[in-house]
Structures are given as structure tokens and as C-alpha cells.
Design a protein around this ligand. Structure first.
Ligand SMILES: Cc1cc2nc3c(=O)[nH]c(=O)nc-3n(C[C@H](O)[C@H](O)[C@H](O)COP(=O)(O)OP(=O)(O)OC[C@H]3O[C@@H](n4cnc5c(N)ncnc54)[C@H](O)[C@@H]3O)c2cc1C
Length: 460
């Protein structure tokens, strides 16, 4: 009650939601399952000055602050698991500037990622990272999670495009890390520390993004295989030959069928099978055709039953739309436990085959799909009601296998709330202690997104 009065005194009612029906809208994110945490308040700033004021009050009153972009986290990252304020960046969506000489876009964090390329196309420029949630996630959330996407195979992750960020630190001070610089060797990189820190170190309030010229010509290959093993082997072999497309994605046959069934999206093949989807982008049509043919031939040699080459933009978009619809389609198949494993590319065939074999052992469906070119596979497990351990044994089998193959438990979704108890699979005790030390250095009162990535003793 005291906290409410303090916040009410400090802020206009149009900045602060306290009505229950409004709070409920921020009680969930896109994490499947029973993760529902109603925040005490929702704060909707229009600029960084208002965020500074909030953070100063929160520090004094020890109120947790949970930064929130599009709320598309798959691991509970934007949930107020310890109550407090959800700080939604949804009103900060401005594109501030395009610097055509330095090829840098300056943008507010709440901008929906999918809107960026619409703006840039007028300048014949583009921003490559393309998470499948592109139409609902925010660029601030992408920076906070170091988001990936199909095109990151050739162009790199969000991290590779963030040149600078303005942040509000947990003591209420405003800092700017990075700049319009191609190089910077002046001590520790706070910029890189913030990228992927999942809102635990501060609030990102302005972003400088590197942009590049639009690749003028493209084609998309859709390639069905009769066996999962052939498809994963083909992907790994083609990349080892040095044929690197902009994107190389994979959908197992069950994912293909479930997407057709639950999303009514159309594909050009009657026989389904496991799909590889490749995006080829080059500077001339001849190069695109040459690369498409070469890659198609290799796929056929390694067991593809057919190769469909889409050149028209609308055909290509149809295929990518099909690929992007998987997660939503699979949400209709039952309660999903989503995993996001990354292993060295060459170990993917062994890893995916192992995961599919667990279907029998645990008598459930396991869908696998994702960024095969990066070695990053999404695994959607259907949770059985009768499992007393909530699927923990099955998840542990997957994590153990991934670890034994040199992998990690998250390639792009992050750790957030739901994965923190598994962090030790991928980071040593020493590493976790070091991370906690960094967190304490920035945020001694643990007000910034507490209860995410790891727990801190003595934190609020
Ligand atoms: C259908 C679907 C497909 C997806 N596909 C992909 C994919 O291909 N690749 C991928 O990487 N991810 C994917 N995701 C996961 C998710 O979209 C990404 O993690 C995305 O980057 C989250 O952005 P957001 O704006 O929704 O952030 P939120 O979910 O709102 O927040 C995510 C984390 O970032 C923090 N945060 C948000 N904004 C800020 C800020 N301004 N300052 C500080 N911290 C902040 C939050 O506190 C939280 O910890 C997918 C999710 C869905 C539902």
C-alpha cells in the first residue's frame, strides 16, 4: 500500500496501470504452460526521463522492475515472478534517425522488429536478424536476448549489429555504451555485456543498429527428404563444402504435418517428409541460379526426393511464412515444453536422431525444427498429464546428450525464469559465481528483473 501511494504521488495515472484487468494483460508472455504472474503495477513510459524517475523510486522502495518489449519470451523472461512493476516499452517505438554515411539506424527499444525493414527499404538498406516472432517482438527485447533467426547463418546475430545502446542503470543513472565506431579497444565492453543480459542489468532505452544494403536477388529452395537422418546429414555436408546460404532451416516431418493441419498454410508438395529450406541471396540473378542449382544437386545427391526453387517474391514469402508458423501451429497440439538447444553443426544428425528416439522411451510426441545451419534446434515436447516430474527426466536426457556433444541448453531464447535451474548444464560453478558478481556490481539491491538467469541470495 505504501509503495502504491509513493508511485501514485510520483506518476500520472496515464503512466501507471493499477487496474486488475489491465495488469492481467501483462501476467503472461509466450512461454507455454502455467506461467502466470500478475504484476503489482505496469509502467508505460514515453521517454527515458520517465524511466529514470521510475528506477530512482524503485531503488529507494526496493521494487522489482521487469523490462518488457513484445512479451514473446519462451522462457518467462518478461514475467514479474517476484511482483513489482512491469516496465513496458510499447510506447517507445520511434525510429530516431538513419545515418546513411555510417549506415547506422538509431531507434527506440519498443519498435517492433518487423517494422524496421519496411522503413529501411526506402533507403535500399536492411537489418538482417529475423527471429520467427518478428511481427510481435521488439528490437529492445532482441538486444536483451541477443536474438537469432534464419538469416543469422550468413549475416550474424543481433549482437553483430548493435553498435551502441543507451541504458538506465539500476541506480537511475543514464549511460551510453558503444558508438558509431567500427573499432573500440578502450577497456571492458559493457555493450557486449548488456547484449543478452535479459533485462537483469538495466533498461535499454535507445539503440544504434548497423544496417547493410539489401541483397538484390534471392531464391528459396524447399527440399523434402524421406528420412530425418538424410536431411540433417545433407545440411551438415553442404555447409562443409563451403556452400553457405543466407538461411538453412529444418522441419521434421511431424512439424511439417502439424503446421499444415493447424495453420492451413499450403506447401507445393503432396509427399511431405522432412524439409530443408534454404534462402540464397546474391548480387546477380545468375549467381543466385548458379548457387541454387549447385545446392539443389547436392541435396539430391544426399537423399532429397525433390527440390523446389522459388524465385518469385510471393512464392518465397509463402515458404517462409510456413516456416514461421510452426511454433504457433504446435501450440495447438498440446501443452508444449519448448527447448532451444545448440550443438556443433557436425553433431546435429546424431543429436536430432537421439531426440526423436526419446519419443518411444517417454511415449510422447517430440517435434524438432529450427536453424540447422547454426546447429540450433528447437525441440517442442508434448507434456503428458501423468508425468509426475513435469518432463524433467526427459529434459535432463536431452541436456545431457547436448552437453556430451559440446552443446548448450539455449542457442537464442535465453535462460529467463524457466531454464535457470538448468543453467549448470551449460555454465560452470565459477562462471555462475562470476555472473552473480557482475549482477551485484550493477544492481546491489537486485531490483532489475530479479529471479531471472539465476537466483541471488539475499535479493528481494
Ligand atoms: C513464435 C515465436 C518464435 C520465436 N522465434 C525466435 C527466433 O527465431 N529467434 C529468437 O532469438 N527468438 C525467438 N523467439 C523468442 C523471442 O521472440 C525472442 O527472445 C525476442 O528477442 C524477445 O523479444 P521481446 O520484445 O518479445 O522481449 P520480451 O519477451 O518482452 O522480453 C525478453 C527479455 O528481454 C528483456 N527486455 C525486453 N526489453 C528490454 C529493454 N528495453 N531493456 C532491457 N531488457 C529488456 C526482458 O526483461 C526479458 O528478459 C520466438 C518466440 C515466439 C513466441
Amino acid at each position: 500500500m505504501k509503495t502504491l501511494n509513493v508511485l501514485r504521488e510520483e506518476f500520472d495515472s496515464n503512466l501507471l496501470y493499477i487496474e486488475e484487468d489491465l495488469l492481467l494483460k501483462y501476467a503472461r508472455d509466450e512461454t507455454p504452460g502455467d506461467y502466470h504472474f500478475v504484476p503489482d503495477f505496469v509502467f508505460l513510459p514515453r521517454n527515458s526521463r520517465e524511466i529514470v524517475r521510475l528506477v530512482k523510486v524503485a531503488k529507494k522502495e526496493r521494487i522489482p522492475i521487469v523490462p518488457r518489449g513484445g512479451g514473446t519470451s519462451r522462457c518467462g523472461g518478461s514475467l514479474a515472478v517476484q511482483g513489482g512493476v512491469v516496465l513496458s516499452l510499447e510506447r517507445m517505438q520511434k525510429i530516431i534517425d538513419i545515418d546513411e554515411r555510417n549506415l547506422i539506424l538509431e531507434i527506440q527499444p519498443g519498435c517492433i522488429t518487423g517494422n524496421i525493414n519496411g522503413f529501411l527499404s526506402e533507403y535500399n538498406l536492411f537489418y538482417p536478424p529475423d527471429p520467427a516472432s518478428i511481427d510481435s517482438c521488439s528490437i529492445g527485447g532482441n538486444v536483451a536476448t541477443n536474438a537469432g533467426g534464419p538469416r543469422c547463418l550468413r549475416y550474424g546475430l543481433t549482437r553483430n549489429y548493435v553498435q551502441g545502446i543507451e541504458v538506465i542503470l539500476p541506480d537511475g543513472s543514464k549511460e551510453f555504451f558503444g558508438g558509431k565506431l567500427e573499432k573500440n579497444a578502450t577497456g571492458y565492453s559493457f555493450l557486449n555485456l548488456f547484449i543478452g543480459s535479459e533485462g537483469t542489468l538495466g533498461v535499454i532505452t535507445r539503440i544504434l543498429l548497423k544496417v547493410i544494403p539489401i541483397p538484390p536477388f534471392s531464391a528459396t529452395l524447399l527440399t523434402p527428404f524421406n528420412s530425418l537422418k538424410d536431411a540433417t546429414n545433407a545440411a551438415s555436408k553442404v555447409l562443409a563444402l563451403g556452400l553457405v546460404p543466407s538461411a538453412l532451416e529444418f522441419m521434421d516431418e511431424d512439424s511439417v504435418c502439424a503446421t499444415i493441419q493447424n495453420s492451413e498454410k499450403k506447401i507445393p508438395f503432396k509427399d511431405k517428409g522432412t524439409f530443408l529450406i534454404a534462402l540464397i541471396e546474391e548480387n546477380s540473378r545468375e549467381d543466385v541460379l548458379r548457387m541454387s542449382e549447385k545446392m539443389g544437386e547436392q541435396f539430391l545427391e544426399y537423399g532429397a526426393s525433390d527440390v523446389f526453387i522459388a524465385e518469385e517474391k510471393y512464392q518465397q514469402e509463402k515458404i517462409w511464412d510456413f516456416r514461421r508458423s510452426i511454433s504457433e501451429a504446435l501450440d495447438h497440439t498440446g501443452t508444449i515444453i519448448p527447448e532451444d538447444i545448440v550443438v556443433p553443426r557436425s553433431n546435429l544428425p546424431i543429436f536430432v536422431t537421439y531426440v526423436k528416439e526419446l519419443e518411444k522411451k517417454y511415449d510422447t510426441a517430440i517435434y524438432t525444427f529450427g536453424h540447422i545451419g547454426d546447429g540450433n534446434i528447437h525441440i517442442n515436447i508434448i507434456k503428458r498429464e501423468e508425468w509426475n516430474d513435469g518432463g524433467e527426466k526427459l529434459i535432463t536426457d536431452i541436456f545431457n546428450k547436448a552437453t556430451s556433444l559440446g552443446g548448450r541448453i539455449s542457442g537464442e531464447h535465453g535462460i529467463g525464469f524457466t531454464k535457470k535451474r538448468f543453467l549448470h548444464f551449460s555454465r560452470t560453478e565459477k562462471e555462475i559465481e562470476l555472473m552473480k558478481g557482475i549482477k551485484r556490481g550493477f544492481d546491489p539491491f537486485n531490483i532489475m528483473n530479479p529471479g531471472k538467469i539465476f537466483d541471488l541470495k539475499g535479493g528481494i
